[in-house]
Design a protein around this ligand. Structure first.
Ligand code: PAF
Length: 307
């Protein structure tokens, strides 16, 4: 019988640093290098997408830390901070099965004493586009907490999911721009068998909404195929996806856009080359996002993203 060891649950920065110093020393290799620490930052309400990040983290380092913190700084007025699902016991049970070493569960006071200080990481122009336009200040709050977590944990690698493509882009930019000594690893989107990208918010969807929401991944998949066949530039790929999504009245499109992977800015209509198509929509009261890489070349390729 395998006996699972519950991860250490730690709520304070001082205790976390002491535990990680201990674990790094205990996992020191013969050449003297300490064990590698991999951080998976989360806001809890863990689903299979998070678990794939944790499994990946387990395969990358000796010490896996999962943070669970619903970061108030990245929620705007009228957003779902209070309603955000909090499922700590279930989360810890899942993380126990995956052999996580430490779960960091700070309070808001621990992360932001005296209300939060004044210093913020500012996301810059890309931070106010797309998700940033719908959620003003969201990315400043997200980057601020991610930089704090990096400073608190001191990981070698931090895992992120590709579903939050703009978040990934901005974190990578922050790490490069601020010379942070950490690697960012990005794991592929995990989907339901229907194609719907996994999200903590999927639990709010009524069955009819969940069915309609599949049009997002269907639209992106069709655009990816059209791009790979060489038949679509950015504008044509967008029309293909839009037609599929528009057929579902329950889905209210916010944006459907093709961005350049290096700038995250919208590409020209005739753009050819690598790109990423992003979608955001309100399905019922639930805001969903998804994305797919596009290979917009005039020659057919065998690289359509299977969704
Ligand atoms: O993606 C999330 O869950 C959050 O934005 C993160 C990275 C944990 C920061 O709060």
């Amino acid at each position: 019988m395998t006996v699972l060891t519950r991860p250490e649950l730690i709520g304070t920065i001082t205790e976390l640093r002491a535990a990680l110093d201990r674990d790094r020393a205990a996992t020191r290799r013969a050449d003297g290098t300490p064990g590698r620490v991999v951080l998976v930052p989360t806001m809890g309400a863990l689903h299979a997408g998070h678990l794939s990040l944790v499994r990946r983290a387990r395969s990358r380092g000796e010490i896996v830390v999962v943070s669970i913190f619903v970061n108030p700084l990245q929620f705007g007025a009228g957003e779902d901070l209070d309603a955000y699902p909090r499922t700590l016991d279930a989360d810890v049970a899942l993380l126990t099965e995956l052999g996580v070493d430490v779960v960091f569960v700070p309070t808001a006071d621990e992360m932001y004493p005296a209300g939060g200080g004044l210093t913020r990481v500012v996301a810059g122009p890309v931070g106010s586009l797309l998700e940033g336009a719908a959620r003003p200040g969201h990315f400043d709050g997200m980057l601020t907490v991610v930089s704090k977590l990096i400073n608190i944990v001191g990981p070698d690698t931090v895992m992120f999911g590709q579903k939050d493509a703009q978040q990934v882009f901005l974190v990578q930019r922050m790490v490069a721009d601020l010379n942070l000594r950490v690697a960012i690893e990005v794991a592929p989107i995990v989907r339901e068998p229907s194609g719907l990208a996994l999200s903590s918010r999927n639990r709010y969807l009524e069955p009819s909404e969940a069915e309609a929401a599949v049009s997002l991944s269907e639209g992106l998949g069709a655009a990816s195929v059209a791009a790979a066949l060489g038949t679509a530039d950015a504008a044509a790929a967008t029309r293909t996806a839009r037609a599929i999504i528009a057929a579902r009245p329950l889905v209210k499109l916010d944006y459907l856009v093709v961005v350049h992977p290096e700038t995250f800015l919208p590409v020209e209509a005739q753009h050819r080359g690598p790109a990423r198509m992003l979608v955001a929509a309100l399905v019922g009261h639930t805001r969903l996002i998804d994305n797919v890489p596009l290979d917009l070349n005039p020659e057919p390729r065998a690289t359509a993203q299977k969704i």
